[in-house]
Structure formats: C-alpha cells, structure tokens
Design a protein around this ligand. Structure first.
Ligand code: GTP
Ligand code: MG
Length: 345
C-alpha cells in the first residue's frame, strides 16, 4: 500500500457467532485454505486476522462486483471463537471491528453466544450483516457450487425453497425480538437501519459472492469516511495475543487499526503493572491470504500500514497483556503516549 499521507485503510470485519455455526469454515472458504484442519478439536481458541485484497474479493464475487466501484483496498477479517468460555476474545474482536458478520446456523437458529454477540454489536454500535449459514443442509437441497444466492434458490425445488424460507424467517423473527429490524439482504435499502440476512453455505460456497458483495458495499457506502486515515501517522492497535516465538522471544500478535508501525519505532504497550515502553526489533507479517494464527513462516518487513494483523517482536514484552492498546510514540513525547495508554487500560 502507499505509505505516504492520507488514504483509505482496510475495514476490519469481525466474524462472530455461536460455537460450530461455521465462522472458521466461512473464512476458510474465502481464503481457500484449510485453517480448520489445523485447529485443535476444530474449536477456534484464538483470534486470528486474515487480509483479503480487493482483487481476490472481486474474483470470488464474480459478476456481482465491479471492482472499479470500490477504492477500499479489501477487507481484514477477524475470526473469533464461539465457545462460551471465550467471551473476552469475542468482546475484543467485536470492539475492534468496523463492521461484523454474525454467523447463524439455519438449523440451529439463535443460541446463547449468538445473543452474546448481538449484545456486543449493540453496545459497540457496529453495523453488521447476518450470514445464515449451512443452507446446503436443507432437505432436498440441490447444491450449486459457489453460486450467488438468488441463482441457487432458483435451482431448488419449491419444497426445499419453502423449508429454507421458513428457517430464514425464524432468524429474521429472532433479530426483530432483539430489537433489530431485518430482511433478506436483497430487499434492504439502508443497511444502517436494517440488518441484511445473507443465506450462505461455507461448505458449497453458495451465497459467498453475495456476502462479500454486501460487506464491500456496506464498507464503501457507510464506512468510507472512517477509513480515511493518515496512513503514515503513528500506528495504533490492539494486542490479540502475547506469544513466544522461536528466535524472537515474547512477541505480540496485534491488529493495527490506524497509521503505520516501523522497525525501530518506540512503542508503548499496556502491561500487567504499568505501560511498557520498548523498541520494535522486528515486524513479522503473514503473506496475503495467510492467517496470522496458523502462519509458520512469517515475512520480516520494515513497516506495516493499517489495517493489518502483525506480529511485533521487541524486548521486555513478558508483562504485556492481551486486549491492551499498542501505540507508536513517533513524533510525540513518550510520557504523553504512556499517559494515553494508561487512560485506555
Ligand atoms: P468455533 O470456532 O468453535 O466457534 O466454530 P465455528 O463457528 O468456527 O465453526 P466451524 O467452521 O469450525 O464449523 C463447525 C462444523 O460445521 C464443521 O464440522 C464444519 O464442517 C461444519 N460446517 C460449517 N459450515 C457449514 C456449511 O455451510 N454446511 C455444512 N453442511 N456444514 C458446515
Ligand atoms: Mg472457529
């Protein structure tokens, strides 16, 4: 990306929902890799970040997207775990997000962590869409690999279509009971006032073109002003995880949401007792479409521009805490930045 002056950063998209409703599978389908197979017990235990550039989104969305309609660089997806014990990780992911996808299994409907995710979205006022997942499990379904929603619905028997509609209207009803007016996404005009429901299958890829199109459209239409940032200003981010990395000691997995971070920058990180002031020794980035959580071979880079997932290696990070802010001190007195980090803790 261009590192100079103002520009548009990548919107951050949190993927939230109940355990096993298909969050990781959906991202997996999007990035075309098999992260799910590397996961212990198929439960996502950590937040990960995946950058998907606009050209990849455009390829997946096919005829639904004209890439020249967009000037945002792509989408940065944050996967979150649905298991009930990981509520702080969900809250962290939700708070970081510009927009969100709430994944709901069409068979299972609303479950405790679906409601918890809705609360997070309500509290943080994050615009979101609902991915009504696993439509391929509808009895009598005739799968249309990677097809847009309306085309796949056209290919179904009346009976299968009716069963699916019934399930989708249950989800719309649940949303309404929770104070959100919602409809099938193709009937929604204003995505801020109404929640669009996108029927998808992470297994067959049906509806994935629609989901990406809606997310890009939502970001471009309503988030663009928020995305206009000083891309060369001092970086700001949130620590997702504190991790040992062979050859680098204790490192931070960070989602950078503003500005730029460079090797040798002085950074201030929230710590157990007090903010830690240290210097960036190395910046490790997963390659595009790779997933920071599973990526083993990082590329060492000189600078990283928001929004991005990045691993920061620096001395004295042992007391850093997950969820804490990270700020680059460039051009400002360190004490000022320490005070800002303290205020955020
Ligand atoms: P946690 O990270 O544990 O919260 O779960 P998750 O929401 O990431 O669910 P995951 O992607 O691990 O999927 C759970 C199970 O549902 C797996 O066995 C998937 O293969 C299956 N699954 C996910 N999406 C679909 C789908 O669209 N159709 C079908 N038939 N199965 C799916
Ligand atoms: Mg998962």
């Amino acid at each position: 990306a261009d590192g100079e002056g103002s520009g548009l950063r990548t919107p951050i998209v949190a993927v939230l929902g109940h355990v096993d409703h298909g969050k990781t599978s959906l991202l997996d389908k999007i990035r075309g890799s098999a992260v799910i197979e590397g996961e212990a017990g198929a439960i996502t235990q950590h937040i990960g970040a995946t950058a998907v550039p606009l050209d990849v989104i455009s390829e997946l969305a096919g005829s639904l997207i004209d890439p020249s309609d967009f000037d945002l660089p792509g989408l940065l997806f944050i996967d979150t775990p649905g298991h009930h014990s990981f509520s702080t990780l969900r809250a962290r992911g939700g708070a970081l997000a510009d927009i969100a996808v709430l994944v709901v299994d069409v068979n299972d409907g609303f479950q405790p962590q679906t409601l918890e995710a809705l609360d997070i979205l309500k509290r943080t006022q994050t615009p979101f869409v609902v991915a009504a997942n696993k439509i391929d499990t509808t009895p009598g379904w005739n799968p249309q690999e990677d097809a847009p929603t309306l085309r796949t619905i056209d290919a179904q028997s009346d009976r299968a279509e009716n069963t699916l509609n019934q399930r989708l209207y249950e989800i719309i009803g649940e949303l309404s009971e929770n104070g959100f007016s919602a409809d099938m996404y193709w009937r929604v005009q204003d995505f801020r006032g109404n929640i669009g429901v996108v029927p998808v299958s992470a297994l067959t890829g049906e509806g994935v073109p629609d989901l990406l199109t809606v997310l890009m459209g939502l970001s471009q239409r309503y988030m663009k002003e928020d995305m206009e940032v000083n891309l060369s200003g001092p970086g700001a981010g949130t620590v997702l995880e504190v991790k040992e990395e062979r050859g680098f000691g204790t490192t931070l997995d960070v989602v950078l949401y503003d500005g730029v971070v460079r090797t040798d920058d002085t950074i201030v990180v929230g710590g157990k007792n007090e903010p830690i002031v240290t210097e960036v020794r190395a910046l490790l980035q997963p390659r595009p479409l790779a997933e920071i959580r599973t990526e083993k071979r990082f590329e060492q880079v000189e600078e990283v521009t928001a929004a991005a997932g990045v691993k920061i290696a620096a001395p004295d990070l042992d007391d850093a805490i997950a969820g804490a802010p990270v700020r680059v001190a460039r051009g400002r007195p360190v004490e000022e930045v320490v005070a800002a980090v303290e205020a955020e803790l």
